[in-house]
Design a binder for this molecule. Sequence first.
Ligand code: ADP
Length: 614
Amino acid sequence: MSEHYEKVKVQFEQMKTLAPDAPAPTNLASSGRAESSSGGSVLPRNRSKSRGKETNTTSNPTSVKLNPDKPRRVNRATTEHMLQIKGTGKILRDKTEPNGSKEEEQENHKSPSGKEEQIRAMHTRRSVTVDTSKAKTSLEALKLSIRQLKWKEFPMGRRTACDIYWHGVSFHDNENIVSGQVNKFPGMIEMLRKINLSRAVRTMQEVFPEEYNFYPRSWILPEEYQLFSTQIRLLKDNDSTLKPTFIVKPDSGSQGDGIYLIRDPADLRVFSGSQIKQAVVQEYIQKPLLIDKLKFDIRLYVLVRSLEPLEIYIAKEGLTRFCTEPYQEPSQKNLNHVFMHLTNYSLNIHSGNFVHSDSCSTGSKRTFSSVLYRLASKGVDIKKVWSDIIALVIKTVIALVPELKVYYQADIPPGKPGPTCFQILGFDILLMKNLKPVLLEVNANPSMRIEHEQEISPGVFEYVPSPVDEEVKVGVIRDTLRLMDPAQRKPHISNLQGGAPEDTIVVEAVPDEKAGLVRSLPSLCLKQVFPKYMKQFNYLRIVERIADIFLRFLGVKGTMKLGPTGFRTFIRNCKLSNSSFTMASVDILYIDITRRWAGMVPDSREAGEAFKVS
Ligand code: ADP
């Protein structure tokens, strides 16, 4: 027995370091397999034609043709700091800031050449500055991370620019940033609201149904209420033994708020007072994988380091959140047992059965690696699990990118001074009994708290440190900062110009030792998955190319919508008008399309055609 565990432990350790690095490409490419019956997927899906051959958007002449004018700066490369380090012979000197912190100042200095100079630059380069004044609940973990990196924190903000701005909620937490890097993308909160995420994934499901079957079938309320009712009625009429369950989630809800299960469309609570509720109703996964008879979900941290070129990293360590009541498949009797069906920490913490533990492998919140270890010991192929999860993450980000680019250009149009962006996302994933990962939702602002509330005596609560949260979250923030270190960013000139072949793209960070970073730090917990696995997934980026065309016709006006003039330019440039399709007809067509889409865009303060693909 113990020998067996030793063997598993060794295997597991190997996998832990290998897994996010090396998903078998064949797994990734084919992970869009049909759902197994044991997974509890009860509803038939649209099956349209699957993908054709893989396309290489970077080197594909068509894509170059579609995008011929100039490299759009969706994430601008930060070259200034590179220059400081690479060769101007500038040295750095301390200066006191008005807020009492010390700041280093550059001074031109005679340049010794080559290696000597580089070594000196490494040792004398100024600390990276981080504005933490808007960090809110991530402040504690952020402070620890900055301390570990020996960087400089500006808790009250700073008169001059910082290298990095850490926002607790949104890109707009501070409107006055004109340089540096901000840890939020414009539009990410909007894109990840439940309805918009469902729409974005559905667009992809319509083109690539097999590849996007990791997201439960969903209907958007109120607009698809009739469709939902009709489809379920038909389904039950066809097979009376079917007893599907659905989970209803309010659009803007979080932490399980307002969520409930139903078995019949008639049970939908459509109104909130006199208002119709915006919500997503979703197929409920009835057969989740259980550990200790409990349902659990996985919180994985994903860094979108840049949109153009697309760079995605996944944290090797995540959290698992356990229910506090043994799981039973849904029945009319147990539908409202939230501690059985919902894994939210914020709900289960109120259950008498919630177990706080200082160990990462027991209790109601555990590390993902401890769960994988447990599964590996039972013979589960955890490398395959990882590889499926990586595929799910990449595909989801690919679904979000097109509209994110539109938001980005509206907020930071090329030519306008502004920061570049990156963002840590929280992916909530459920493993089905057959080990297939299912995407539940993506959080734009995953909790980065490293303490939890504890009732120390009846009615008296106190925040106490949570070792599990600290281990995972500090690593994620610290390593995100390391990857965003301006001295480590390489300009992706060749890639931005859209002409370089895939395999010449340089995206790996300079190793810490070379960059002169704190040497005692552990190796990065964030693993690059894109562009690393670009070849397997590039064929899915078709909507992104449509967004690129849309953006091109939108121009640089800082707007989200295509106006009548842009539409005329589009028609003209594509040589679509002729004697029977005159510019007058083009205008009529524009009005017609705008009317049809009006219902799709809740916020139509601005006139014009929004980017919505369907
Ligand atoms: P919230 O943002 O309110 O946390 P989620 O979409 O994460 O909303 O759902 C809350 C919880 O409900 C999840 O953590 C999970 O336990 C459960 N859940 C959500 N969707 C499904 C589903 N389709 N099938 C089974 N369980 C689900």
